[in-house]
Design a binder for this molecule. Structure first.
Ligand code: MTE
Ligand code: MOS
Length: 708
């Protein structure tokens, strides 16, 4: 760890603690109309009529007839309407919006609107849907031959559930008509230019007529990658139609029920083993995409690329489908498709090892990829794979091996213990050539005559610390005090498009561009002059070109790595698992700020434990999400995992700033494999196949074991 890693006080620390930071809910002007969405109460139906009562003066109802441009939200495939067309496809879909000065009056009008529906068949089960939004295949080697020659073939199905991002601040956007027909939108968001592209299209306006800014944002975790574009189009349409400022902020219930969450998955693994080695995997990945495509294509791509985990499997056939159902469109959640397949492959490897009578850790290490090996997409691991060292470092702090032996002895008391270990990676940046062909990041550094340097990028801080990380990089390159570097909340009128704040790309990709820009500014520095430096993304030259047509080539330039250990104790009377220790070793390259990176690891690790153990959310047969409050949807707090330890291991990435790789998502990818291995040990060799695995599930499996 170099000098850059030394921690500083987070830039936005004092404004957030003092309450001075301005969130979208903090604007106090008296001329802001409150907008509330008329949500569909049916998961699939024809819209026959919307009966709106007579509106008092100053109140408005807007719907698809008011969309001046294209009634489609630009995301990836653009099939999601701004306001519902002739049908509604999920419960919660926006039919229209009521706006007015008094919130309670708006609520009153909303409840007086009568929607006449004609029911259409509702599909909530991915296995019963006949619409695949996307269908991809990865192949490698010769799986037919490998299965023919196998000593043994295993087949198992794993299921994973929804997970909601549960950011502190719910979704919220505000639109303001401005002079000369311009429209200004701001709010809680990750990707200003995504919102810009969507809003210009829906409003039918040229780019110069619209600008988007980020307000202080209370967390995104992927949930504000696409939804602000949708809500942005809706308030944008309302502002243009009414001629007033319109703001819509979701309540927690609305947010939990109607905004995107992690794709539930159904993953079938067929694995061939010969001479104690996995020779082939035939994997069928099914993601529940929900009612519209939104981000499913890209989430699914990442999911299937991770399907063989960190293991060198010479023969692969991986098919992935995102299936349409009449539930809320699934979206991005920290990890972006990786958590679903990683838990599946970790569990299947564990089950096979136990069947073969080998310790799971030994079996996994035997298959571990190393530098130079080929990836699932026949790309290459170009850099060191530090997993072996990381396992040893973790073992030293938590005695994994010793405890694994100890808890393997028969346990008969009320409390039973188990310990498990998982290993995963996360590839930072867009999949394949996305950074080069689609994002094409541009950054600028502006130096004013008095020597202050302003960072001009569209990347956002949503808690992950970018407002501190980026100035640290620039200050170090320019050898200036941090106070001389300015980095404001981005507004598309002033910042170039350096891409969205997703895919853990900001530090590695945009931070590197800033580093290059700062190097040039330093070389060209002229006292007393105004200067502007611009840098454009350059694709790393060492990459094997990636093709999305056949999923071949380097999907990512490099990888961040983790090893997680979970130790727990199950109360066989109540079913409640208590996590005794959660230990994570993470390699994210050079940490640009030690405290920020450790904070990222701790938070993501806890989210990942929640995903494995308690965050249960489901839609019933009518398509309604039942877990729509924090009493029905339980997320972990520090109290649930008081003993959570993080250590960092550093393999520098030569093309990242100071050797940094992507950090943000990695910690949210890996805990379920370790958690489930621990649960299985405590419950003594029951083969479990789904997450979350809650206290209720523990009781059920104890009951079943008793029956046997
Ligand atoms: N950390 C906090 N505190 N809040 C967030 O919303 N989002 C995560 C992660 N860490 C998030 C977070 C997600 S989903 C991503 S993609 C990365 O941060 C994005 O940040 P980066 O590009 O700066 O790594
Ligand atoms: Mo993060 S899920 O890529 O916003």
């Amino acid at each position: 760890m170099g000098q850059i890693s030394g921690s500083v006080v987070k830039r936005d620390h004092s404004t957030k603690f003092s309450g001075a930071a301005i969130y979208v809910g903090d604007y106090m002007e008296s001329d802001i109309l409150t907008g509330k969405i008329l949500h569909s109460q049916k998961a699939h139906a024809k819209l026959i009529e919307v009966k709106v009562p007579e509106l008092p003066a100053g109140y408005y109802y807007v719907d698809r007839r008011d969309v001046p441009g294209d009634n489609n939200v630009n995301i990836v495939k653009d099939d999601m309407p701004v306001f519902a067309r002739e049908t509604v496809e999920y419960i919660g879909e926006a039919i229209g919006m009521v706006c007015g000065p008094d919130e309670s009056m708006v609520e009153h009008i909303l409840s007086a609107i009568e929607v006449v529906y004609e029911d259409l068949p509702v599909v909530t089960d991915v296995l019963k849907s006949d619409t695949a939004f996307f269908d991809y295949t990865i192949t490698k080697g010769d799986i037919d031959k490998a299965f023919k020659e196998a000593d043994k073939v295993y087949e198992e199905v794993f299921e994973t559930g929804f997970q909601d991002q549960t950011y502190l601040e719910t979704q919220g956007m505000m639109a303001e008509p401005q002079a000369e027909g311009r429209v200004f939108l701001h709010g809680s968001l990750q990707c200003p230019y995504y919102v810009l592209n969507a809003v210009t299209r829906a409003l039918g306006l040229p780019r110069e007529k619209v600008h988007i800014a980020q307000d202080a944002t209370g967390g995104g975790f992927g949930g504000k990658e696409d939804y602000p574009s949708i809500l942005g189009c809706q308030v944008g349409v309302a502002a243009v139609a009414t001629g007033h400022k319109v703001r819509c902020i979701f309540g927690r219930r609305e947010d939990l029920e109607f905004t995107p969450k992690k794709h539930p998955s159904h993953n079938t693994y067929k694995v061939a083993v010969k001479d104690g080695r996995v020779t082939a995997m035939d994997v069928d990945v099914i993601f529940n995409g929900g009612a519209y495509t939104t981000l499913s294509a890209v989430v699914l791509q990442r999911g299937i690329i991770c399907a063989n985990g960190v293991y060198d499997v010479p023969n692969l056939h991986i098919r992935g489908r995102a299936i349409k159902t009449n539930t809320v469109p699934s979206g991005a959640y920290r990890g972006f498709g990786g958590p679903q397949t990683f838990v599946s492959v970790e569990m299947v490897m564990d089950h096979i090892a136990r069947d073969l009578g080998i310790r799971p850790l030994e079996f996994k290490l035997k298959h571990l990829v190393k530098k130079g090996d080929s990836t699932s997409t026949s790309g290459k691991y170009h850099f060191d794979v530090p997993i072996v060292e990381m396992v040893e470092e973790l073992d030293r702090i938590c005695d994994y091996r010793k405890k694994r032996e100890m808890y393997a002895k028969p346990q008969t008391g009320r409390y039973r213990r188990g310990i498990g270990l998982s290993m995963c990676f996360h590839g930072a940046g867009f999949t394949g050539s996305g950074e080069r062909d689609f994002i094409k990041a541009v950054v600028r550094l502006k130096k004013s005559a008095d020597g202050m340097v302003t960072i001009l990028i569209s990347n956002t801080d949503m808690g992950q610390g970018l407002r501190t990380i980026m100035p640290k990089i620039v200050a170090k390159e320019l050898d200036l005090p941090l106070t001389q570097i300015i980095y404001e909340y981005p507004d598309t009128d002033f910042v170039p498009d350096s891409g969205p704040t997703v895919a853990s790309r900001s530090t590695m990709v945009v931070g590197e561009l800033l580093c290059q820009a700062a190097k040039r500014l330093r070389a060209e520095w002229q006292d007393g002059e105004e200067q502007m430096i611009e840098e454009h993304y350059k694709h790393p030259e060492f990459l094997i070109p990636f093709s999305l047509d056949d999923f071949k080539g380097d999907a990512y330039p490099t990888y961040s790595w983790l090893v997680n250990v979970i130790e727990l104790e199950i109360d066989t009377y109540t079913g409640r698992p208590q996590v005794l220790g959660a230990y994570g070793c993470f390699d994210v390259g050079t940490p640009i700020d030690y405290n920020i990176v450790v904070g990222q690891m701790e938070g993501g690790f806890l989210q990942s434990i929640g995903y494995a153990s308690m965050e249960y959310m489901t839609a019933d047969k009518t398509g309604r999400i039942r877990n729509n409050s924090f009493s029905d949807y339980i997320i972990p707090t520090a109290m649930d995992v008081p003993n959570l330890k993080v250590i960092l291991h550093t393999v520098e990435y030569p093309e990242g700033p100071y050797g940094a790789k992507g950090a943000g998502e990695l910690p949210a990818v890996g805990a379920p494999g370790a958690y489930m291995e621990a649960v299985e040990q405590a419950l003594e060799s029951v083969d479990l196949h789904h997450i979350p695995f809650t206290a209720e599930d523990v009781l059920k499996s104890l009951e079943e074991a008793e029956k046997k």
